[in-house]
Design a protein. Structure first.
Length: 107
């Protein structure tokens, strides 16, 4: 009986290492369903976070635009305030001059 390495008579014996690898690679349907559920939840969380980030970025852009508008308004108000103060000072001087002239008349 000459047998080659590849030929074997009788039932083949399973190699323990191959069985362990096969068992390790085999995933039950429940395990796969649980994994699938976790992946879907992770995808949904990522989608929600992206939407929240986009909303936050839009809100930040809107706030920045409002800030620029307010800064322009503040600058205009400062300019107006300075002009009004200068005008008030000019009116005060004119009134003081008129009061001085009125006082001079009463002497």
């Amino acid at each position: 009986m000459s047998q080659s390495f590849w030929e074997h008579e009788g039932p083949m014996e399973a190699q323990p290492e191959v069985e362990q690898e096969t068992a390790a690679l085999t995933v039950s349907a429940d395990d796969f369903a649980a994994l699938e559920e976790r992946v879907l939840r992770a995808v949904n969380v990522v989608k929600q976070e992206r939407q929240a980030r986009a909303a936050a970025e839009a809100q930040a852009a809107q706030a920045e635009a409002q800030l620029r508008e307010q800064a322009l308004l503040v600058e205009q108000l400062k300019k107006d305030s300075s002009e009004l103060k200068a005008e008030r000072e000019q009116v005060r001087r004119r009134v003081d001059k008129l009061l001085a002239q009125f006082d001079a008349l009463e002497l």
